[in-house]
Design a protein around this ligand. Structure first.
Ligand SMILES: [Zn+2]
Length: 309
């Protein structure tokens, strides 16, 4: 399975949708939210149907768990805060340090394994693309040897990310409460950006298959990036496999994503373009603050070079 990791607003949803157009892949959105938003809250699937009426998810539920069970979803939501949190990452490095939560980790990860298998089988043996993004879930998953985990670590310029987190974005799939996506102050998103990126770097150092990808490089040259990622995912592309892509224009078909940026509902021709609104819209003081707080990693990822402009 291919796991798209990184801080939110780094372009993971658009990357996931485009990757999902490759043959033998199945993009399912942010699976970490499947239990609450899909099974319990019955939010809208990327195909436009409520989760409970989506044939794809019904089949996944049947294969994986003999049908979706609210008790199982509630159990997963109960387990998540016990093991799948950023602050537990140091302990996830050596699960024996989790003490009594070790059994909870096994149960949590085994259920994800069952879920990935059911999705892959339903999609005819496809590579599952999970854009859950959180570093903590990746650290949980790496403890299960039966999961062939390959992580695409997506980074985007911290100032673009910070600007995006200050904007008000509506969640069209939300029923009543939480109709707006979360917002963060620039200093908070800068701190999260550094933390998540360091953790994904660490994941690679620990031996998990990891590929670093700059969002800006993906939108600038999607074709070569897709070829490289397909190889990373173990897919061999037949001639014409990238026909859905024409320069920077992609043809998106509906997908069964359970959660993610509202962009997940978009279908048809879509142009990939770099979103540089932050250069004019993020006030100078805030831009400076984010630049200072994230400078070492910005330099490491090549964002401070003149050519990257
Ligand atoms: Zn669906």
């Amino acid at each position: 399975m291919l796991y798209l990791g990184g801080l939110g607003r780094s372009g993971t949803t658009v990357l996931e949708r485009v990757l999902g157009e490759l043959p033998s892949t199945c993009s399912v959105g942010e699976l970490v939210h499947l239990w609450q938003r899909g099974v319990l809250d019955d939010e809208t699937c990327g195909c436009g149907k409520p989760f409970s009426r989506c044939p794809f998810w019904n089949e996944v539920g049947r294969r994986g768990f003999g049908g979706w069970d609210r008790a199982l979803a509630a159990r997963m939501e109960e387990l998540r805060p016990r093991v799948d949190r950023t602050r537990f990452i140091p302990r996830l490095l050596a699960p024996r340090l989790l003490g009594r939560h070790r059994a909870a980790l096994r149960e949590y990860v085994t259920t994800f394994l069952q879920l990935y298998r059911a999705i892959s089988e339903t999609a005819g043996g496809a590579v599952v693309i999970d854009s859950s993004k959180h570093s903590s879930l990746a650290f949980c998953l790496r403890t299960e040897p039966a999961i062939d985990l390959r992580v695409v670590h997506v980074v985007r310029d911290s100032r673009g990310v910070a600007y995006s987190w200050t904007k008000e974005v509506r969640r069209p799939e939300a029923t009543a409460e939480a109709a707006l996506m979360t917002r963060y102050s620039p200093s908070r998103s800068a701190a999260l950006w550094v933390g998540h990126n360091l953790f994904f770097g660490l994941l690679g150092l620990l031996g998990t298959s990891r590929r670093l990808l700059r969002y800006e490089d993906f939108v600038a040259t999607p074709g070569p990036v897709l070829e490289e990622l397909a190889e990373f995912a173990g897919l061999s592309l037949a001639p014409g496999a990238l026909d859905f892509l024409d320069g920077s224009s992609v043809m998106l078909s509906p997908s069964h994503t359970v959660a993610g940026n509202p962009m997940r509902f978009r279908t048809g021709a879509t142009t990939l373009r770099r979103d540089d609104a932050w250069r004019s819209e993020l006030p100078r003081g805030r831009r400076w603050l984010v630049s200072v707080l994230t400078a070492p990693l910005l330099a490491r990822y090549g964002y401070l070079r003149r050519s990257s402009r």
